[in-house]
Design a protein around this ligand. Structure first.
Ligand code: HH2
Length: 400
């Protein structure tokens, strides 16, 4: 046996760091000082001028971290460079303090960086929606109810409003926290449905649920006319797969109604989205798209506390892209908003496992568990009972 047994620690969060320091008897002041040194952060910055990047490199090296820049930066033989800063949280905070005194607008960059580091602490723990606030202290399950003839998984099953209302109540009994009702399929190649038809499908179901369903209803639509009609009928959340990109009246409606909002990332319309699956920097481009949706919503007057973001699994992404997003999901938490993920029965699971749509329960459970472990707050699923357990189990492990 070794005289000095050494092992590597897996420190994924501030809590992990604090727990390990406490375990070896570090005093509370020391825990406060040292836990930020145990978290290594890599920060991506876009399009900096060479002299800005060179100062960052010099300062980070001085602090014991580093900064990666493109070849040609030192000699300023290129116009601009992306930069990846590498350091502990403590080093990055110290960098911000030093940048305040630097020229070339680096004080502005320090402000951005300070805000980013603040977002690495847990995002808001409640989500304000039209008539209440949902607490996000454990994963929320959003049960899917498609009142469509052609949805890829449950299409044609709930066209009868009584049957649809029963399914909503059943999902609530199985542990759903939100019921997400859609009247138009968004599967690749699906035809568009006129707003009047979407309303004709959804509103009777919401009306039948009045006084019977305790949890809130969300409406899966990108059309303001449908959102307005369903909010008037009692829906509390607008789930827009276009992140308010398809209908310019959506953002002002969301602001005026006080509804909760899900802003999802996609590219192109659903009929064309699978021809837009190529990215130079998938995570960077999805995050930039979400940030622009967020800025648009906030400028229209939507409160940040009402907004949830969603990277849009299966929307203008191929199977490899979906898996990269799930693997690196935690990167989206730096936007400082709760995160929703919808993997349920989707084709990348079928493709990976060689399973038909109705054989993807366990594959979906694996994605749900991993999404929770990687920072998802809300899971949009068909199989509520099973995914409630998968999400709760993953959450119990990460918070144990
Ligand atoms: N996925 C679908 C529809 N709406 N909304 C959000 N926020 N996130 C998603 O991932 C998402 C969504 C597609 O799934 P489904 O509703 O089951 O199928 P269809 O669009 O064919 O009705």
């Amino acid at each position: 046996m070794s005289a000095f047994p050494a092992r590597l620690l897996a420190i994924a969060s501030r809590e992990d760091a604090e727990r390990e320091l406490a375990r070896i008897g570090v005093d509370p002041r020391g825990i406060g000082m040292m836990s930020p040194k145990m978290l290594i952060r890599c920060v991506h910055l876009s399009k900096l001028l060479c002299h800005q990047a060179n100062i960052l490199k010099q300062e980070m090296l001085g602090l014991g971290g580093d900064a990666a820049v493109a070849r040609g930066t030192v000699a300023c033989s290129i116009d601009s460079t992306d930069v990846i800063l590498m350091g502990t949280e403590k080093q990055l905070r110290r960098l911000c303090e030093k940048l305040v005194h630097q020229p070339f607008d680096l004080a502005g960059l320090a402000g951005e960086l300070t805000a980013l580091l603040a977002n690495t602490s847990p995002p808001p723990r409640t989500w304000k929606i039209a008539q209440r606030a949902l607490v996000l202290d454990r994963p929320l399950i959003m049960g899917i109810l498609n009142i469509t003839p052609d949805s890829f998984s449950d299409g044609g099953s709930f066209l009868d409003p009584d049957r649809a209302a029963e399914r909503a109540l059943e999902m609530e009994a199985e542990g759903a926290d939100i019921i997400d009702i859609g009247g138009e399929s968004t599967r690749p190649g699906a035809p568009q449905v006129p707003a009047v038809e979407e309303l004709r499908r959804i509103v009777p179901v919401i009306e039948r649920l009045a006084g019977r369903l305790s949890c809130p209803v969300s409406v899966d639509t990108w059309k303001s006319e449908v959102a307005r009609g369903t909010l008037n009928a009692g829906a509390e959340i607008i789930n827009d797969i276009s992140g308010f990109g398809f209908d310019p009246a959506m953002a002002p409606l969301a602001a005026e109604s006080g509804a909760g909002v899900v802003l999802m990332h996609t590219r192109g319309t659903p009929d064309r989205m699978q021809s837009h699956t190529g990215y130079g920097d998938l995570l960077g481009e999805v995050a930039a798209g979400l940030r622009s949706s967020l800025d648009n919503a906030v400028s229209a007057g939507v409160e940040r506390e009402r907004i949830v973001i969603d990277p849009g699994i299966g929307f203008a992404k191929d199977a490899a892209g979906n898996m990269e997003i799930l693997r690196r999901l935690r990167e989206f938490t730096s936007l400082g908003l709760p995160l929703l993920v919808g993997t349920s029965r989707k084709s990348f699971i079928g493709k990976t496992l060689g399973r038909e749509t109705d054989e993807r329960l366990l594959g979906t459970a694996a994605t749900v568990a991993l999404a929770v472990a990687n920072g998802a707050d809300i899971l949009r699923v068909h199989d509520v009972r099973a995914m409630r357990d998968a999400a709760d189990m993953a959450h119990a492990i990460i918070t144990s």
